[in-house]
Design a protein around this ligand. Structure first.
Ligand SMILES: CC(C)(COP(=O)(O)OP(=O)(O)OC[C@H]1O[C@@H](n2cnc3c(N)ncnc32)[C@H](O)[C@@H]1OP(=O)(O)O)[C@@H](O)C(=O)NCCC(=O)NCCS
Length: 332
């Protein structure tokens, strides 16, 4: 059995890849939308800044038992790579996963990575197969992210009340919201924030690489969201005295399945924290989502269990814990 990289434009191979991925993830979705085929095609676009290689066991086999996706950041040398790894539910406990994982590690090593991080999701009360599998394959827990859900629309008046409470702390700032694109004159400021968030997101036990962003990185990411078929709500905090964007928050919704939205990154630059900007930007995005007319009934967000500040904001908004995501890591 060989785990080989497939071409996202090879429809037959892509469909085989997606079928297995979908069967494996569906059983773990716990009331949210999974990735759509268009989204995985976008995530593996070879022209983008962040690319996932799609890997398939025996690409000629009409029923491949294993699929994986390995993040390969094209723009610079990285030491850590992230991956998805799934054995078809119909083919589990036959040793396939062990053989394929060794091959995934070999792909990562060949590419020069020193650390592999594999995601696994489970409802809070479960103890999934990945615990025993990952331990046997030499992985340790690098981080545990907790999923929280917010029911939409929010109760009447709730967002306004939070906005009024938090705005008192943010007199030096203005919150501005955009759909889909950062204004051209703010791309460099957004790039600086993008670099910082990578270094500043708390993890319990993970090495993270520095990233170098520029205006083109930001535009690549935004066009990638469009290619995915998702709508992007973008709020920023502008520091009035210096006329600088010092914080951002992103929320996205699939046009195909608007019922379930996702909170993506939120970041306040060092030196501007403690002004409730994270909460205010989230409120601004939620209001924009409500005003969009999309039939969204839930917003999900994932945070490291160690990220106490972001979790406090999410709790204040009314989020409820539903699931955990394990980040298994292995030094290669
Ligand atoms: C975790 C997963 C990849 C295992 O794949 P698999 O092909 O069934 O694994 P293998 O048959 O190679 O099992 C290797 C070892 O893992 C452990 N293991 C695998 N499934 C297990 C289960 N259901 N219960 C307990 N131990 C299990 C065992 O130690 C097993 O060795 P053994 O069969 O000699 O006892 C598969 O269940 C899966 O795709 N899960 C959903 C996606 C996921 O969690 N991915 C992240 C993996 S880190």
């Amino acid at each position: 059995m060989a785990l080989v990289v497939i071409d996202r434009d090879d429809d037959a191979a892509f469909d085989r890849w997606f079928d297995v991925f979908d069967r494996s993830t569906k059983e773990k979705l716990h009331q949210r939308a999974g990735w759509r085929p268009s989204e995985w095609r976008a995530r593996s676009n070879p022209n983008d800044a962040v690319i996932y290689w799609l890997l398939l066991a025996d690409d000629q086999d009409p029923e491949p038992g294993v699929v994986a996706a390995l993040e390969v950041v094209a723009r610079e040398a990285m030491t850590t790579t992230r991956a998805e790894f799934h054995v078809d539910p119909r083919r589990r406990r036959q040793g396939l996963g062990s053989v394929a994982m060794a091959q995934l590690e070999a792909h990562a090593r060949e590419r020069g990575f020193r650390q592999l991080v594999v995601f696994a999701e489970e409802a809070s009360e479960e103890h999934g197969a990945h615990h025993d599998f990952a331990a046997k394959a030499g992985f340790v827990v690098g981080d545990v992210q907790v999923r929280r859900d917010l029911v939409m629309p929010r109760p009447p008046g709730q967002l306004q009340t939070l906005w009024d409470q938090w705005l008192i702390f943010a007199a030096d700032y203005e919150i501005v919201t955009f759909l889909g694109q950062t204004p051209a004159n703010r791309l460099d400021e957004r790039a600086r924030l993008g670099e910082q968030i990578v270094a500043d997101i708390p993890h319990s036990d993970l090495e993270v690489d520095e990233e170098h962003w520029d205006a083109a990185t930001v535009r690549h990411r935004e066009s990638n969201v469009v290619e995915m078929g998702r709508r992007l709500f973008l709020s920023y905090a502008r520091h009035i005295a210096t006329d600088t964007f010092v914080a951002f928050s992103e929320l996205t919704v699939s046009e195909e399945i608007p019922d379930f939205a996702y909170q993506w990154d939120t970041m306040v630059a060092r030196g501007h924290r403690g002004h409730r900007l994270g909460g205010l930007m989230k409120v601004a995005n939620l209001r924009a989502l409500e005003a969009s007319g999309l039939a969204t009934r839930q917003v999900s967000t994932f945070n490291s269990a160690t990220n106490v500040n972001m979790i406090a904001v999410n709790d204040a908004l009314g989020c409820v814990v539903t699931e955990r995501r394990f980040l298994w890591r292995k030094n290669l």
